[in-house]
Write a protein that binds this ligand. Structure first.
Ligand code: SF4
Length: 79
């Protein structure tokens, strides 16, 4: 079964990626290549930037394919 949702975490924040929703706008990796790098697998590396920078970039995803929630609160925040 293909994966509809992939999750990546740094212990503080969890980034959720929905490949079927991604429109490949390239915004995420052009904006934060240290975290979002389509040339490597897994393509999301949450050790690559601060939680704040990750959240800021996730929030710019135009399709809603990327979202995040803070692990502490366990609450989903629209990204
Ligand atoms: S910014 Fe969003 S839509 Fe664009 S490539 Fe990244 S995940 Fe896909």
């Amino acid at each position: 079964m293909p994966l509809d949702t992939l999750k990546y975490t740094n212990g503080e924040v969890t980034v959720v990626w929905k490949p079927k929703t991604c429109i490949h706008s390239t915004l995420c990796w052009k904006g934060l290549i240290s975290v979002f790098d389509p040339r490597v697998k897994p393509w999301v590396n949450l050790q690559g930037a601060s939680t704040e920078a990750i959240i800021e970039q996730v929030s710019k995803c135009p399709s809603g394919a990327l979202s995040y929630y803070l692990n502490e609160e366990g609450k989903k925040v629209d990204g």
